[in-house]
Design a protein around this ligand. Sequence first.
Ligand SMILES: NC(=O)c1ccc[n+]([C@@H]2O[C@H](COP(=O)([O-])OP(=O)(O)OC[C@H]3O[C@@H](n4cnc5c(N)ncnc54)[C@H](OP(=O)(O)O)[C@@H]3O)[C@@H](O)[C@H]2O)c1
Length: 268
Amino acid sequence: MNQTYVKLNNGLSIPQFGLGVFQVPDGKETENAVCEALKMGIRHIDTAHAYQNERSVASGIKKSGVSRKEVWITSKLWPSEYGEGKTSDGIDKMLKRLNTDYIDLLLLHQQFGDYIGAYKDMEKAVKDGRVKSIGLSNFESDRLEEVLNMASIYPAVLQVECHPYYQQNALKKRVEKYGTKLESWYPIGHRDKTLINENIFTELGKKYNKSNVQIILRWHIQEGNIVFPKTTNSEHMKDNFNIFDFELTNDEMTKMKALDKNKRFANY
Ligand SMILES: NC(=O)c1ccc[n+]([C@@H]2O[C@H](COP(=O)([O-])OP(=O)(O)OC[C@H]3O[C@@H](n4cnc5c(N)ncnc54)[C@H](OP(=O)(O)O)[C@@H]3O)[C@@H](O)[C@H]2O)c1
């Protein structure tokens, strides 16, 4: 079974599985992780200005030999660069750091500052070709509706904390009519042991000959979530990507709904 893609509200298809590089140090660590991911067929990298490793993402892509057009790059603007005009300059700087002339998906990282001015500049960047798709991250308050009400281009994605303890079903309903897809950060709870060791994952792992983490990642895929677990460990990377050769049953997916307890791991 091949990796899957999610069709966005602008007609583009995003690889549903990627590599996240939050907290991966700039330099060789990010460069090697990105290069290794691309060499094993992963085609989507999730970074951010705030992660301070965009330059190494770019060098990792170059080192891999995979052509730019085959790679989906997501990055995020920090509120210090929000504001009409200011965000446009921020996008130009990001393009230089990423050593590219377009960004596949650009998100507002946080719901603070002049996010309305920033969103308008992102829309302009779509129109002039510097950015292909735009979206939001961590907009869970009514600021989400504020952006949706002013948008001329609806967000293609909304990136938020999401895992079996925090399934985000209410948020998904809020954006459904705009065609906005959910992206899961902390997909395995930032490696929370209690979450990963839930009995249901262990049982299903035995049934499908997969690890508990692979069962959780497969759950995201079948939920329709876009997912990019962070790892710099080669074995973990291979395992995480090896989730396209089995399928959880409807009954198993239903049972996992019971794990939802509105529990977040991050306090931001
Ligand atoms: N928009 C936002 O505000 C926001 C916030 C947080 C994260 N994100 C994005 O979401 C991505 C994922 O989130 P995250 O990195 O914080 O959390 P995560 O992917 O849920 O967990 C990462 C942790 O799990 C470990 N891990 C990965 N695969 C494993 C496996 N197969 N077995 C055991 N352990 C494994 C990693 O360690 P090893 O490296 O040792 O494998 C790391 O410690 C980030 O990289 C970033 O791109 C976005």
